[in-house]
Design a protein. Sequence first.
Length: 295
Amino acid sequence: MPDICFWNKCDNKCVMCTNPPEFSRSSPLGNYDIKTQIEKLEAYLSGVKDTYYSNRQRHDYINITGGEPTIHPDFFPLLYALRKRLPETPITLLTNGRRLGDKKFFDKFLKIAKQPFSLGVPLHAGEKKLFEKITQVKGSFEQTIKCLNNLYNFFPGKVQIRVVLHKLNFRKAGEIADFVFKKWGKRFSLAFIHYEIEGMSDINSKKVGLKLKESAKILKESHKHLKNLNFELYHYPLCVLDANLRKYAKITLPAEERVYPKKCLKCYLRKKCLGLMKEYYKVYGDKELRPEKKK
């Protein structure tokens, strides 16, 4: 089943966001009227063809994305409808977590978000000043930490903390890992994600622009901080990573968003490798790649 984009608004203004300043992508569920959204969901689940869903996989999992899903005025009714209609389907909510820092809101969420249910929550830094320099919203650090504390104490499902690395925060990767381990131990998994060149991150290229080899170098240096945690690496070609880190790299982007340059054709790592993000390739080319021949 495809991602479900609840709507196209967010209460953060992250400098490396992949959406434009006022992105206008329509919600896959139609307009923002709850009745219409639920009707379209039911039609899809009943096998009725829809302009968005017609050629998509069905019933495997659901990713709830945005914008920021939790600020949708009908977030809870929509979440309830999804869980009621698909009680055994794994659901993942991708959220900045700020609303879930409010205990009343969180408790209501907890009653509806029955297992199997997981969350992905971004953590831009382990300290307020840098975190809010990236989100550009005062108070967002404290609210996000409250969310993660609520999840740590009360949520039974899986939680992945996501760290998007770019020029402003990539040198802090080890510190962020230590911060996570000190506060929550191994309760949460961690994902380090090289930023994507799209939307605000493209507009803010001078502020956030970062080459893969630079963040890969920091990750190598941070390995001693990461070894205590369950972690993954997203958007990295295998050959730019230290050999000890390659097993953590995952392919999380669809084929149409990736490219294998000519120099990759004879690399024995290719079958398990992401290649390069297409937009990254357009900007930086493939000079960083070091294809490997089987020994």
